[in-house]
Design a protein around this ligand. Structure first.
Ligand SMILES: Cc1cc2nc3c(=O)[nH]c(=O)nc-3n(C[C@H](O)[C@H](O)[C@H](O)COP(=O)(O)OP(=O)(O)OC[C@H]3O[C@@H](n4cnc5c(N)ncnc54)[C@H](O)[C@@H]3O)c2cc1C
Length: 459
């Protein structure tokens, strides 16, 4: 190993959703940047969003197809198709970085500004003079269940790379990853068990309940328990119940931030939940940013990318500061669930139901399932959070995100024009319901109600 480090102005560690965006941005700006990563594209491309959404799409095609030969073809080639899609994204992403910029390998801090890059057959040192950006992402929590051989207990990192889809599967974990994969497997006609103490627990209770029912209707067998051990080919649960043996077991019980690369040497603090950062994404070492899944932040591709964009802005315009924005999320189950903002209901908040199924569009679609909830701050008339259940929700949530970000009052939505008949027509009903609520309860906070009504009248 050469002991003299190669010197760069900027070093990015991790070339996934966040890090790749920063590295490409700095490269385009003509900065001296190096990016060290085990792969290009990160979890989203290789083990997450791209393979899961491709598989979900193919499972819907399979379910909708009535030609038996075509159906068989879709199912037997599904994982191959997933692999091709991943490869096409990965090769496009690789093209974005020039060879001089990319150092493939595993990074480890040696001191505050020097990083060792190790590959199977070489070790070299790189150092930075200006800033380092850590974007190392997260990894699935790996678990063992007594009696289940390690080869049968896999995570998302192995699932998309199987030779073929299994005949039966038990998925541990009722979070978004477990729920999405359970829905895809069930649509392919795979005998699917979803085993978890809770199901999409971050969503409003009514939405989780409806979504679970839809999953069960798709054919998923839901078992509300945790796995303990496998005896005599039967998996024992903490409830004392058992489930039959399946061909594979998929663990989707959570994710841990990737922080195991000598951060202590760089004086970067972290804990079990990830790297500690301030509002401007700076770590406890003022020369080092941390972004995306490896921090305390929620784990989404769009958030990692949003972090990356801010870091670029901060490097170009050091006086800029980061604005708090509403964070939307989508769980691609059937129907889709999309949520945004703060769903916690405080004293001065009220939940309003969005009865999408009763909108004219819902009625012409014979829709009896779609549903939503919004949380409104009664002091200001602003929406603080919303959760929508229906296949339209992955697009409609963007409108709600804008409404929250721009602090648009619910009352203003009364004359906000939405094409007829669309599910967005529900905002007029919401606005009128809110107006009705305010006028009937004005005595609770007369001044705040008066201000809201006056602002509405003058707009
Ligand atoms: C099954 C699944 C489905 C998902 N679906 C969605 C979705 O639909 N929408 C959504 O928004 N999010 C989704 N996610 C989450 C999304 O993939 C992550 O939030 C996103 O990839 C995080 O980006 P990142 O830049 O923080 O990390 P990553 O994209 O994971 O990138 C981290 C990079 O750092 C590298 N690395 C790690 N440690 C080191 C080291 N020591 N040295 C060198 N390199 C290192 C890794 O190899 C990787 O290339 C999904 C995740 C999974 C698992």
């Amino acid at each position: 190993m050469s002991t003299k480090p190669k010197v760069f102005d900027y070093i990015v560690i991790g070339a996934g959703s966040g890090g790749l965006l920063v590295a490409v941005g700095l490269q385009k700006l003509g900065k001296r940047v190096a990016v060290i990563s085990k792969n290009i594209g990160g979890d989203c491309t290789h083990f997450g969003c791209i393979p899961s959404k491709t598989l979900i799409h193919l499972s819907k095609e399979y379910q909708a197809c009535h030609d038996l030969a075509v159906r068989k073809q879709i199912k037997t080639t599904a994982l191959q198709q997933v692999g091709k899609k991943v490869a096409s994204f990965a090769s496009e992403e690789k093209e974005l970085l020039s060879n001089e910029v990319y150092f493939m390998g595993s990074a480890e801090f040696v001191n505050k500004n020097t990083i060792q890059v190790s590959t199977a057959d070489s070790v070299q040192l790189l150092s930075f003079t200006k800033k380092c950006i850590i974007a190392t992402g997260s990894a699935p929590v790996r678990t063992t269940v007594t009696g289940i051989p390690a080869s049968k207990l896999i995570t998302n990192e192995e699932f998309f790379y199987l030779d073929s889809l299994p005949k039966s599967i038990t998925i541990f974990g009722g979070g978004p990853i477990g729920a999405e994969l359970a829905s895809a497997c069930a649509r392919f006609g795979i005998e699917t068990y979803l085993l978890s103490k809770s199901y999409l627990a971050r969503e409003p209770e009514e939405i989780s309940r409806r979504s679970l029912q839809s999953l069960i209707d798709l054919g998923v067998k839901y078992i509300p328990a945790r796995a303990e051990s496998l005896k005599n080919k039967e998996l024992l649960l903490d409830t004392g119940a058992t489930i039959p043996e399946t061909e594979l077991y998929l663990s989707a019980i959570g994710r841990i931030p990737n922080t195991d690369f000598n951060l202590e040497q760089a004086a970067v603090e972290y804990d079990k939940k990830g790297i500690v950062i301030n509002q401007n994404l700076v770590t406890t070492n003022s020369h080092i940013f941390a972004i995306g899944d490896c921090t305390h932040s929620p784990q989404f591709t769009h958030l990692a990318a949003n972090h990356g964009k801010f870091v670029l802005k901060k490097i170009l315009l050091p006086f800029s500061s980061r604005r708090d924005r509403a964070l939307p999320r989508v769980t691609f189950v059937s129907p889709t669930i999309a949520s945004v903002g703060e769903l916690e209901v405080k004293d001065h908040h009220r939940v309003f139901v969005l009865d999408f199924a009763k909108t004219d569009r819902g009625r012409t679609n014979f829709d009896t399932l779609s549903y939503g909830e919004v949380v409104v701050d009664l002091h200001s008339g602003a929406i603080t959070g919303a959760s929508l259940f229906g296949d339209f929700s992955e697009d409609l949530i963007n409108v709600v995100t804008l409404i929250i970000d721009e602090k648009i009052s619910v009352l203003s939505l009364a004359d906000f024009m939405t094409p007829y008949p669309t599910y967005a027509n529900v905002f007029h009903t919401l606005s009128l319901e809110y107006l009705n609520y305010l006028t009937q309860n004005w005595k609770t906070s007369p001044i705040q109600t008066g201000i809201q009504l006056l602002a509405y009248a003058l707009k």
